[in-house]
Structure formats: C-alpha cells, structure tokens
Design a protein around this ligand. Sequence first.
Ligand code: MG
Ligand code: ZN
Length: 361
Amino acid sequence: MKKISFIVVFVVVLISCNKVETLNHQQLKQPKNIILLIGDGMGVTQIYAAMSVSASPLTFEKFKHVGFHKTYSATDYITDSGAAGTALSTGIKTCNQCIAVDSTGKPFKTILEYAEDNQLATGLVSTSSILHATPATFIAHEQRRYDYENIALDFLDVDIDVFIGGGKKQFVDREDKLNLIDSLRKNQYHVIDGIENLDVNEEGKFAVFTAEEHNPEILNGRGDMLPVSTEKAIKILSKNKKGFFLMVEGSMIDWGGHDNDIDYVIAETLDFDKAVAKALEFAIEDGETLVIVTADHETGGLTIVGGDINNQTIEAKFSTDHHTPVMVPVFAFGPGAEEFGGIYENTDVFKKMMDAFGFEK
Ligand code: MG
Ligand code: ZN
C-alpha cells in the first residue's frame, strides 16, 4: 500500500513538473526583445576568413541555429543594399535603390515601425552614416537611396528611442536650409556628438552622431565604436518594460569587398563579431531576447584558395568588385531561434521577426 501511494505521489509530481516545464518553454518561445545584426556584404567566406585568422573562436561559432536566405531583389538577381535591407525590414522584395517602398513609391511599414506602434523601444546603430541604405530601410521611405536629405527628414517622423552613427551633415548642412538638429531637440532628443558622451543613465531619447558622414574604417581609427554603441543602445532600450527592437549594422564589410581588400574585410568582420558578442552576452543574461545575425548580400565573390589554419593565414581571391547573388547565412539565438534554420527568402526574416514578436500586420 505504502509503495503504491509513493508511486502515485511520484507520478503526480512528475506530471506537474513536466507541465511547468512545458509552460516555461512556451512562454520563452516569444521573445520580448529582438536584436538584428546585419553584416553588410558578409557571406560565409567573409566569416570563415575572419575565423581562420583569429587566434580564438568567434562569437559566430556559438550559435546553434543557422540558416540561409536568398537575396535577389524584385528587379535584379544581384541585389543592392536598398532592396536587400527593405526585404529584411518590411518583408517585400523591391527595386534596387529603394528604401522601404515598392517600385511605385508606395511605402511599406518596417519592423521598427511595427515595434514603435506596439509600444516597444527602438534603436539603430551603424558604422556608416545612419542615413546609408541599410539603416535607412528600417526608418525611411524613399525611392532613391542616395537622397540623404529626405532620409534625414524621415527620421523625424518616427519616435525612435536611440540612433547612433554618422551622417550629421545632412541634418544641419542642407539645401533647404532646415536645421534638423533643432527639430530633433524639439522632439525631445538629447543630441550628442561622440559615443563617449552618451550617458545611458539619462532618461529620454538619443540622437548620437559619431561622424559628419561615415565613421572611419576600423583599420583607420574607428576604435570600439560599434561594440560600445551596441552595448549602450541595449542599456538604453532595455529600460522599456515592454521590450525593444534594435538593428545594428557592420556597414564596411561590404566596402572592403568592393575594394577587393581582404585585410579590410577581415578587420571589419572581426569588429562586427565584437558587436555580436555584446548582443549575445545580453541575450544569455536576459533570457527573453532573440538575437539574429545575418547579411543583406555577399560582396566581392570572395573565395579562399590557400592558407594555413595553424599559422592563421589565408590566401584570398575576389571574383568581382560588386555584390554577388549567393545565399547568405543567418545565425539565431534565444526564444524562437529554431525558426531561423533552413533555406528561405530574405523577406521571411521580416515575417519570422513579426511572428516572434506576435505582431499583426
Ligand atoms: Mg549598408
Ligand atoms: Zn555594396
């Protein structure tokens, strides 16, 4: 009799433990926060080149969920960063050069704008000008990606909580003579020059300019701007109890590819990996954050034709100074990360983020 009641109690305890575990697992499927990190022009070879020359393992190697997306645009087999960014930010394939609009100029709402509408905190960080194609596709709606002055105006239409990058020039030195720094201040922003002057303990919204146009290359004195900006943006955004969306771009992996300069590509990829590490550290600690790392496209048709893994050397070759159409990798960690395995369209990255947040279109 005693034995039987012991078994009954044991089974009941087991079942209830199981229930609790299933419940926790379900709760954790939906992230509170998403950090999307985009290495512009970063294909598999760019990552493996950086892994090969690094004395220690890169953060990329810590991700258990890996997939690929197809990058072609609505108009071109080989995309540009406008169409590619728009696919990631809005879930539509559009014309090259287009910034979160379709070929007729019709605007499409971005994941950052959906996050705003759902009372989440939002942020953008970039090593280039914050007005450059990739960050612009998350906040602006323009048919021409180089229309920086209008892209700057679009920043005033969205209540973004923090943005950090270059591009101050188009906010102050404009053909229409408007001073958008004054407009930002009127919209309650702290306008700050230099990431070192950003005090994350202050309350409010932050426009942080780190350069007049683009920041320097990492090999030319950018220092730890990208990982520090990522860490500071996370500190600001994570104050919002409802959650946040943050996009971080390593812009210049692409530029090294256009230059066919392997040292440039590797240095920018290693720096980007440091930003990924900041996001992952936060996500591991936090437990409610989905981290997605991907590229918009590959640049340079990079391949490795020789080297020595023990001496951390590689011999690299580029096959073009333009973009290529190859699939690019996606790495995911956190609640919902398993959804990012497999091969899918670049537009599915947006859809998966919408599903993860539980947003309705
Ligand atoms: Mg870019
Ligand atoms: Zn490019």
